[in-house]
Write a protein that binds this ligand. Sequence first.
Ligand SMILES: [Zn+2]
Ligand SMILES: [Zn+2]
Length: 729
Amino acid sequence: MRIFIGVAWPYANGVVHLGHVMGAYLPADIFARYNRMIGNDVLMVSGSDEHGTPVTITAEKEGKSPQEIVDRYHKINSEVMNKLGISFDLFYRTSHENHEKVVKEFFLKLLENGYLYEEEMLLPYCPKCHRFLPDRYVVGTCPYCGYENAHGDQCDNCGRTLDPKDLIEPRCAICNTPTEFRKSKHIFFALSKLEDRLISWIEEKDFWRDNVKRFTYQFLKSGLKDRAITRDINWGVEIPMEGYEDKRIYVWFDAVIGYLSASMEWARRNGKSWENYWKKEAKHFYFLGKDNIPFHTIIWPAMLMAHGDLNLPYNVVANEYLQFSGRKFSKSKKIGVWMPELLDNFEPDMIRFYGAVNMPEHRDFNFTWENFISTINETLVGKYANLVYRILSFAYRNFGEIPPRGDVDELDREALKMIMRTRKKMSEYIENVEFKKAIKEWLELVNFGNIYFTKKAPWTQCKENKEKCGTTINICLQMVQALAVFGAPFLPFSSEKVWKYLGNEDSIFEHQWNEGIKNLPAGRKLKEPEHLFHKIELEEERYEKWNQMDIRVARVKSVEDHPDAEKLYIVKLDLGDDERTVVAGLKKYYSREELEGREVLILYNLEPATLRGVKSHGMLLAGDDGERVALLKPMEDLKPGTKVMANGAEPAGEKTLKFKKFKKMKIEVVDIKENKAIGAEEYTLDFPLRDEWLGKQGVVFHDKKPLILHVGEVLIVPDKRITPGGQVR
Ligand SMILES: [Zn+2]
Ligand SMILES: [Zn+2]
């Protein structure tokens, strides 16, 4: 099937924000990518809407030409689309000469078909500036609310749409001179002639979204009036008629024709046919925000009807608004919701995921940073990226390739059924332009994957029966493949990464949607995976207490008895580039032989102290439950001198730490279970835990939240089991 996708043109007088993306560009892109993956022939275009008075007003304010203004915003917004992965076949612009050519031809065709006529209008004129004043150039008092600076087209105070004639005491916005009303000739589009035809066409569209039908019928209720398509302005497409040299085509008329001109320009540049999409059988989908509905359900279709032999819209998909709570991202990082800054700070797939999960399909959605961060951290990273990484890294380390599938059990069969179900449900929803429901279906598979992986516990299976473990991993990898393929229209960048980790050489977008269920070939080599995303760290969340610490791995070189103290040893430590001597009260618990050559942890920046005449530089860390004392160490030997991390954060620890301050730090030995740590109490750990850590004892450092101590993939552990909750000293 051939599909044309037209996406509302961003106005080139500003930068697009998250609301525009969630309202139009993201849903259009999901739809386009999906349709290409099921083998449809898709053409998707949009571009910058560059004419009209807001541009000329900005230009006058800045002392620049209108072209300079639109060049600036076209560049910024093109980059946004690109970085966000909006896969337009062409992102065009209305100031391009070929667009102007197409608009003129369109105009002449409507004239020839009898849908355009001339009429004189009474328009505001400034006798001082010697010019007619387009609506934004007239200001005056609003007849409804009394606001003194209402514009000729709208009152910014009460929001009502106005006509310059409605204003009380209208004056020129540039020189403040009271305006006169003078006669000016303009061209009108005979919209009223098409009313009956439009209504019967709209009545067939019972599958349109409710909001689209509602806005459309509301517009029709007052009857269709003919509209002026030219105006007194010098920035816009010239009018191909004599006597109109100082007038231009009205911006709304020129902008919607952009869908056609962009298709033609794309065809010209790529040696393709635009007629295939506009004159042969093709379904036309338009994506836009709700303010644009009547332009796409009434005015543009009417223009197409008047023109003749061009395809009319099939579905017009409009979203509601995104409301902003207005708060900035954080006190120091003043990020708003404008796309360039969002893209500088977050991965495009994070923004796309948030946009898809919260798409304002049926009602306005209220954006808050709290919600943004929790959606990314808890769902995208905590559930999806974590699952994919656990599976891929486990498979890579234990098999290095896709293991064969042996006998399957009930749970395995359920997993395979879930994959089929996800494909079917997501297809139905996407084809029905319900993207929020589609991504929720995808998340169901993510949730199922997490349950499956935990229930199967392949890390235990692997020790008992490697073949059985292979079957589990095979099915896990099938789920990963399904998530990558079915997630690709939503998360194109990370899906591509996952696709490569699964051992594929080519792009996921060269493959079909149905390959999400294809059996993986056993024996194909896997690639070493990396984390897909990292959690968003709020500056306010920085670890204040942890940053005062500096804990390092050390190897014991020698142990001597303290000459003047029965309970103390003098321990010499190797720290790679450094050596240290510490005095430790370990004689009661460890023999010299038990200590020599082993790894320990040293609190490196502790203020030096003299203990019975011997200087101690730092302190060995051990857990103590009142009965037993267990020295802390990395689970596997590491290079001496390595710094210990807490939840992935290396401490700054530049300053010397006073013993009194260290005494106030709460560090305890815990049992690790899933994402929980059980010590004196039960704590939830907000950090992706390695499978090998589960069931082990670890060490938690209490800051604003409990932090787990580790070095990369190596957990910090007590060297023997002690009662959970035992304090580290
Ligand atoms: Zn008002
Ligand atoms: Zn004036």
